[in-house]
Design a protein around this ligand. Sequence first.
Ligand SMILES: O=C(O)[C@H](O)COP(=O)(O)O
Length: 333
Amino acid sequence: MAVGTTHHTIVSTQSHLWNCKNSRLDETTTKVGLVSIRSSSPGNRKLGLVCSSGSKSSIIDPVQLPSSGKGYHSPKRSSESSLILIRHGESMWNEKNLFTGCVDVPLTPTGVEEAIEAGKRICNIPIDVIFTSAMIRAQMTAMLAMMQHRRKKVPIITHKESEQPHSWSQIYSEHTRKQYVPVITAWQLNERMYGELQGLNKQETAERFGKEQVHEWRRSYEMPPPNGESLAMCADRAVTYFKDQVVPQLIAGKLVMVVAHANSLRSIIMHLDKLTSQEVISLELSTGIPMLYIFKEGEFLRRGSPAGPSEASVYAYTKNLAQYRQKLDSMVQ
Ligand SMILES: O=C(O)[C@H](O)COP(=O)(O)O
């Protein structure tokens, strides 16, 4: 399949197509897929979006991002990959409108359905490794989502907290080993610690301390809740972990999924989208909505929500974040 002057060979194992309604590319139903492609220059494995509408197919070469010079140092600069971020489905304390933070509560039946729906949205995107927080609501979401995956690989939590759990969980079959996706759990991806707000009702807390004060505790970058973590403190652990553990996987060309929490993911998205401490105040994440990024030459390009009805579903956008998004899009054109 030729795109422009470069001849691409689609490496079939990873080409999956999904229906993409309301595609920006074409009014009719366009099948869009993420494919692993080998272009004419040897050893150059790229990741491209393939769009097929009727008999026509074309590969959209991932757009060349203006190099900000601040991208990650990527020894294999030609490798590309994809990153999926998902906030866990609704938890039992989300349902009760309680501040949760580092209290380890499970999903509600609605949260289970959200996790399954998230899995359907990403079911055609190959995933090589999954990172979750150490909390059950993120791990439940990851496992439920993977039950929908077309490749039917088994997600297995890798226990490396000490030698014995690691040695006792060995798999002694080469064939079976090829049929699983490692799930790495990390406390660094846990939700921000909400301190003395944990367990309090959000509405009652706003009435007691004032809406503005509670909004600042919940959404500002610098201000921590009483005896809790600010978003900046959460970023110190979550973004550091992302850089140290997740980015090397992407540089190696691995397709990664991270399932975590509202604020630990807000701190990571703030880093990926280069949001200011002012812009991040408006960033809200819905439960169970996958967000897709393409990682190319050390830079991250947000690609909305896979197979979602529109990219607006990726975040509960507010006006100034939508304007920010338009600026980002114009930069990429
Ligand atoms: O910890 C919590 O209560 C939720 O995960 C998110 O809380 P927030 O929306 O108040 O940040």
